[in-house]
Each structure stands twice: as C-alpha cells, then as structure tokens.
Write a protein that binds this ligand. Structure first.
Ligand code: DGY
Length: 321
C-alpha cells in the first residue's frame, strides 16, 4: 500500500525525522525554513498530513488555503495559539498538540530561572568573565533565598504542579491560581486563590504557567505587577504575551521586582531590548522543552497521533475546534 504523504515542516531531531521517513512519504525541510502563509499552503500541496511547530502560523487564511488533501495538522508543541483551530475544523482538518511529554523539562527550566534570577547569576557571570571579580566578600551579590518563601504558581496544570514538586524540595510554600481549585491529591497542600490578584499579593516568587488566551494577554501589567510584594522574583516559561514588557522593565528598574527569569517573549524571536542591559533580567531563548529526550518524545507523540488517525482511530490529542 502506498504510504500516506506527510509534510515535515521543520527540521525536527534526527530520530523523529527517521521515523517520519520510515513510515510516510515525506516532504522534508532540511534548511529549516519557517514556512508561513501561502508558502506553507504551497508546501502542503498533495500532502495528507502536516507536522509543524509553534513558529508556523495557521491563521484562518492559511487554514482556508490548505489543500483539500490535508486531513490532519499535528503541532510539535503543547501550545497551540498559533493555530486557528475552529478555522481548521471548518475545513475538516483535525488539529492535535503534544501535551504531557514536555512537563518535566519545562519545569526544570522554570526552576533554573527561579534560582538564577534570585541568586543574581547574571551579575555573577558578568563579573567573572569581564575580569571584574576581586574575590569573596561577606556582602557580595546577596540574593534571595527560595526556601521559606511563598511561590505563587499562576496556572497549576501539569507544568505548574511539576514545578511545585521541585519547589517543595527547596522548602518553598506553594500557592496557586487556576480557574478551578485542584482536587486534594493534586494540590498536595498548596493554597488556592480564586483570582490572580489575590495570588499576586502573596507571591514573593511568581512562576507563570497558564495558557495565552484573550483573558491572560498582558495579564501581568503595571497594575498587577504593583500587587506583587516588593522585591518579588518573577519567572515565565509559558508565553511572552502574558507579561507587559514595558511595565516589567520599569518594575525591574525601580527594584519593585528584584529579578526576572524569562524563557518566552512577545513577538519571538525578537526580545524587548530593555531587558538586555538590566543586571536583574535573565533571559533564555525558549529552551523549556529543549532536551533530546523531550523533543524526541514530542515528535513521537505527534507521529503516534497521525498513525492512529490514518489507522482509523480517534486521535488522542485532538483539539476542540
Ligand atoms: C510548546 O510546546 O508550546 C513550547 O513552548 C514550544 O513551542
């Protein structure tokens, strides 16, 4: 039987590409172009399925322009705000994502950012590599101790809960806000706040793990940043759009926010240049899920779904359109 045709829209890890090539008749993207708009539709011509990433936008226009042959679009990401799912549904195209498999890797990066931000690692690194370190002193680069302080988790889904496990090991007290309180077994003693504002007021450390939706767009604006305790540390590994950069930069300059650790940004790959010169802003290039184990698992999960779909089974991670 002829293999189904798969557009592999990014240069995914080698083992993922090998499985694509083994099981499908593929159009690959060895140069790793970020196909967008009409070009993405053109590349999908004659394809049965598309495997793409969060940098390939599938707007309503792109969904409308997708060839009739395309039946399923699998995004190699847990986030899917880059895809107009209802517009795809209107075309009869199923959209799926890759939840679960990147939970631990992303929680690791949230913890890493929490520690490097609160322990002033950027200033320390700069001091050493610029040859400005004159030796140990009793008061040099005094940071904030995580243990004994409150960590507020905005969005207590899989990644938020996984960070909570790590933070408890540091002796942090966990508070959270979600649309709904968790069951006791999932909350594991964490304190629920029914609105974000109430959580912010107690969060000496804050880590953002909610989805970017119209409700959370710029949720952390000047007004809400001001609600955080003076000297708070903020971490974002979710989506850049949840933070108002101008307001955050002003708060970092005033010292109201002691430090920030960011892995995600508004308009990636552009990063607000205001962060670059700030000693208390530690930025990473969206590496939350960047371990080989996790990226392979993301690819395999997406391919399992496409396999299941073409085998006539209901795809596991189909998103509601
Ligand atoms: C995700 O999976 O959503 C990551 O942020 C990569 O886009």
């Amino acid at each position: 039987m002829a293999k189904m045709k798969l557009l592999v829209a990014r240069k995914f890890p080698d083992d993922v590409l090998a499985r694509c090539g083994r099981d499908y008749d593929c159009r690959f993207n060895p140069e790793d172009h970020t196909w967008q708009g009409a070009e993405l539709c053109k590349m999908a011509a004659g394809m049965d399925a598309v495997l793409l990433s969060s940098r390939n936008k599938v707007s309503a226009e792109v969904a409308a322009g997708m060839p009739d042959s395309v039946k399923i679009i699998a995004t190699f990401s847990v986030g899917y705000e880059h895809i107009d799912v209802p517009a795809c549904a209107q075309r009869g195209i199923i959209v799926t994502n890759t939840p679960d498999v990147l939970t631990e890797a992303t929680a690791d990066v949230a913890l890493l950012l929490l520690l490097v931000a609160s322990r002033r690692a950027k200033e320390g690194l700069n001091m050493v590599v610029k040859g400005e370190w004159r030796g140990w002193t009793p008061t040099q680069l005094l940071g904030r101790q995580a243990g004994g302080h409150v960590l507020g988790i905005l969005g207590m889904g899989r990644i938020g809960r996984s960070l909570a496990h790590r933070a408890r090991a540091l002796g942090m007290e966990i508070h959270y806000h979600n649309r709904r309180p968790l069951t006791d077994d999932l909350a594991e003693g964490a304190t629920y706040h029914k609105d974000a504002e109430s959580l912010l007021k107690v969060s000496e450390f804050l880590s953002i793990h909610c989805e970017l939706t119209p409700e959370t767009d710029k949720l952390l604006d000047a007004k809400r940043i001001a609600m955080l305790p003076a000297g708070a540390v903020v971490v974002n590994t979710a989506r850049g759009g949840i933070v108002d950069d101008e307001a955050m930069i002003a708060a970092l300059k005033s010292g109201h926010i002691a430090a920030v650790g960011l892995d995600v940004f508004n308009n990636e790959p552009k990063v607000h240049p205001g962060y670059f010169d700030l000693p208390n802003a530690f930025v990473l290039p969206h590496i939350g899920s960047a371990t080989i184990e996790t990226r392979n698992a993301m690819g395999y999960r997406a391919l399992d779904i496409i396999d299941a779909y073409f085998a006539g089974r209901k795809p596991k991670d189909a998103l509601a359109g």
